[in-house]
Design a protein around this ligand. Structure first.
Ligand code: NAP
Length: 327
């Protein structure tokens, strides 16, 4: 079967190659999935660079790339309850391939008509939901989210709006290709216009300051955001796409009673517990329709992986999805 593999550590464009590898073997407690769609995420690039914590580390030779996707169960191992033919999503490993073997407890069942571009990135929907919870922001509070055009930010902004939170989306440069208006964010802060972040945020929040920040980027902007917070605020670190560092003084944190925490995807180390099933099905239902927006950069085949990866690094162009087979 076709798979995109790596045999050394590095940037995906330098180390990934197309390979023909044997079909993986189904064992007790696992299923064979025919992949339908897989997402291309910044985390997949961390994986090829060996930056994820153990056990999510590449194993050579022929490590299959990709960590998130959806597909149809075509074979089940002993002891598996989920039937063949089910459409399922999962965040596990080996998703940039025609088939994958996945332990059954990692599977999240989906309705057959759930959009494949959303199924491929259930991780981002779950993360967006969790981040708004983790921010502690309540109705009427001001929440800033960096990397405005990212899937996670657009998703989080929509969940925040549903809770009555005022969101400010922060971008390096506003893109005409992504309609941030669909998030119902209260404001978009475009850093390319050279605005001084603190003054601008004071103005936008009518002097209240930010109660929470969800930060996907890091770098000097994060330092500025820390100095723009209201008392008793919270900064949730979800990503580090900027290579730059930032300076803060202890008093920047102390005098705003700021709590800084990190978010790690809730199913990064362990599969979804059965107690999450009802919530997951509700999340799937709420996000299924066209009224729930995710910036979509287009479908690519596995053969076209170089174009897909290069495309996903272009700012403000939307999430790229591998389309591998039909539902
Ligand atoms: N902690 C977790 O468990 C977890 C789970 C899922 C995702 N994440 C993180 O969430 C973030 C968003 O992921 P995603 O899949 O939604 O991203 P995505 O859809 O691929 O979006 C990428 C966006 O990130 C921004 N960006 C990229 N490089 C940047 C840079 N060097 N400096 C500033 N901004 C940059 C750009 O936004 P603008 O064009 O608006 O500037 C770009 O449009 C990533 O940091 C990812 O690692 C974390």
């Amino acid at each position: 079967m076709k798979a995109i593999v790596l045999n050394r550590i590095g940037h995906p464009l330098d180390v990934l190659e197309m390979a023909d590898i044997p079909e993986p073997e189904v064992k007790e407690g696992t299923v064979l999935v025919r992949m339908v769609s897989s997402s291309i995420n910044p985390g997949d690039f961390l994986f090829t660079q060996n930056l994820y914590p153990a056990p999510k580390r590449p194993v050579f030779p022929q490590q299959v790339a990709g960590n998130h996707g959806a597909g149809i169960v075509i074979k089940t191992g002993k002891g598996v309850v989920i039937p063949a033919g089910s459409f399922v999503a999962f965040s596990y490993a080996d998703t940039w391939a025609e088939q994958a073997v996945i332990p059954a407890e990692w599977l999240i069942p989906l309705p057959a008509d759930y959009p494949v571009e959303k199924a491929a990135q259930l991780v981002n929907l779950i993360t967006g939901w969790d981040l708004v919870e983790a921010s502690g922001a309540k109705a009427g509070d001001w929440l800033a989210i960096t990397a405005a055009h990212s899937a996670v930010s657009v998703i989080a902004a929509q969940f925040a709006h549903r809770k009555g939170i005022n969101t400010i989306l922060i971008t390096r440069k506003k893109s005409s290709g992504i309609d941030l208006g669909k998030t119902n964010a209260a404001a978009i802060l475009d850093l390319s216009s050279g605005n001084i972040i603190k003054e601008q945020l004071q103005q936008l929040t009518a002097g209240k300051g930010l109660k929470a920040v969800i930060d996907n980027v890091g770098g000097p902007v994060t330092g500025e955001l820390i100095r723009s917070m209201a008392f008793g605020s919270r900064l949730v670190i979800n990503g580090g796409m900027s290579r730059e560092r930032y300076d803060v003084h202890n008093l920047d944190i102390l005098l705003s009673g700021l709590v800084i925490s990190s978010y790690v995807y809730r199913y990064f180390f362990a599969p979804p517990p059965p107690s999450d099933n009802a919530w997951l099905q509700e999340l799937v239902q709420v996000t299924a329709g066209d009224d729930f927006y995710i910036p979509f950069g287009g479908f690519n085949t596995l053969d076209d992986f170089k174009e897909a990866i290069a495309g996903s690094e272009k700012p403000g162009t939307g999430k790229r999805i591998f389309t591998i087979s039909a539902v």
